[in-house]
Design a protein around this ligand. Structure first.
Ligand code: 2P0
Length: 347
């Protein structure tokens, strides 16, 4: 039956972010509060991103969600948390915004698509929850920062709420209200910076981040040491490197932080291995390349999967791409270790 009642609808896109100071471990599982601050670079809107449409109508009987065309359960704790928090804020502001009041009684339909492999360690949950929370906030007419809500969908999602260079503060408040994302500098601050995403394996990762970091926090002494004694000063050094556009410092800290994150995975019991042989070959290649030039010209970082992300400056992109293509020729016949290179012209 065709409805005559109006549907309110909002579409947003949110890009992936790639951390240069890694988040790994929570001090509060429910509120998603991290054991250390982190810092990332948000890619540009037209690259790896999620597109989400949310619609509200009095004709909708229940909340529903589709991911990449497949309907999924809406009854997951994190989705419910985000929906609940948005509706709570909307109710609070109802007297200010007539439209949000109208929609409050409506159910929502959510349709979300990624233009890149989901759950392959390419920050799909970050872009996904950032996009979901942003779209719902617009639908319900909520202004201001809602990164604390995105954080409760997926920790790293709060950083995708802003462009450019973004920090996620640890915060001190018990309710998590000050554990939020803040822009350190916009993307235009460092226009020569480039990102290459080297997809080593587009399959689903073996150990999910949420579960992996729980085991790490429970079993690794190294991760506690890292959070207390390494990351706080490293975060400051990284912010300075970004503000000074100091690629030497930026690149070295990025590689050291990726390496230490993967060291905490190895220190987890039983150990977690996200890097594979191709990842390690890329690490060696980058160090050989940098040694050859006598300075840091490219920096790798790896998240919860074997795919490499390389940070470099614009002028060096052709040379590094040529090197990658030479040492890792595309081989479409080998599904498990399909190696291809994707260049991202803009950060
Ligand atoms: C990061 N990662 O800072 C780190 C580096 C993976 C390695 O944030 O449990 O998907 O949803 O808060 O945000 C992945 O963790 O985990 C992640 P939850 P999330 O980008």
């Amino acid at each position: 039956r065709a409805s005559t009642k109006p549907i309110s609808q909002v579409t947003c896109t949110a890009p992936v972010n790639i951390a240069v100071i890694k988040y790994w471990g929570k001090r509060d599982e429910q509120l998603v509060l991290p054991i250390n601050p982190s810092l990332s670079v948000t890619l540009s809107q037209d690259q790896l991103c999620t597109r989400t449409t949310v619609a509200a109508s009095v004709d909708f009987k229940r909340d529903r969600i589709w991911l990449n065309g497949q309907e999924q359960s809406i009854d997951t704790p994190r989705l419910q948390k985000c929906l609940g928090e948005i509706r709570r804020l909307a109710r609070k502001r109802k007297h200010e915004e007539e439209r949000s009041g109208d929609l409050l009684g409506c159910c929502v339909h959510i349709c979300s698509e990624n233009n890149f492999p989901t759950a392959a360690g390419l920050a799909s949950s970050a872009a996904g929850y950032a996009c979901l929370v942003q779209s719902l906030a617009r639908l319900f007419g909520i202004d201001g920062d809602v990164s604390h809500i995105a954080r409760q969908g997926s920790g790293s999602a709060c950083r995708s709420m802003y462009g450019g260079f973004v920090e996620w503060t640890m915060g001190r408040a018990e309710d998590g209200s000050d554990s939020v994302a803040k822009q350190v500098a916009p993307a235009e601050h460092w226009p020569e910076l480039r990102v290459l995403v080297v997809v080593v394996n587009a399959g689903k990762k073996a150990v999910g981040s949420t579960e992996g970091m729980q085991t790490t926090v429970r079993t690794s002494a190294l991760v506690a040491y890292r959070a207390e004694h390494v990351v706080p000063s490293r975060q400051d050094d990284m912010k300075r490197a970004v503000l000074d556009r100091d690629f030497q410092a930026f690149g070295e800290i990025t590689m050291r932080d990726s390496n230490q994150f993967h060291a905490t995975c190895l220190d987890t019991y039983p150990p977690i291995f996200y890097l594979n042989e191709t990842s390690k070959q890329i690490i060696h290649l980058v160090h050989r390349y940098n040694r050859h030039h006598g300075k840091v010209k490219a920096a790798y970082t790896f998240d919860a999967g074997p795919n490499a992300v390389l940070y470099l400056l614009q002028d060096d992109v052709p040379e590094v791409l040529a090197l990658l293509k030479h040492f890792f020729p595309a081989n479409a016949n080998n599904d498990s270790e399909r190696t291809f290179v994707r260049g991202l012209p803009d950060v």
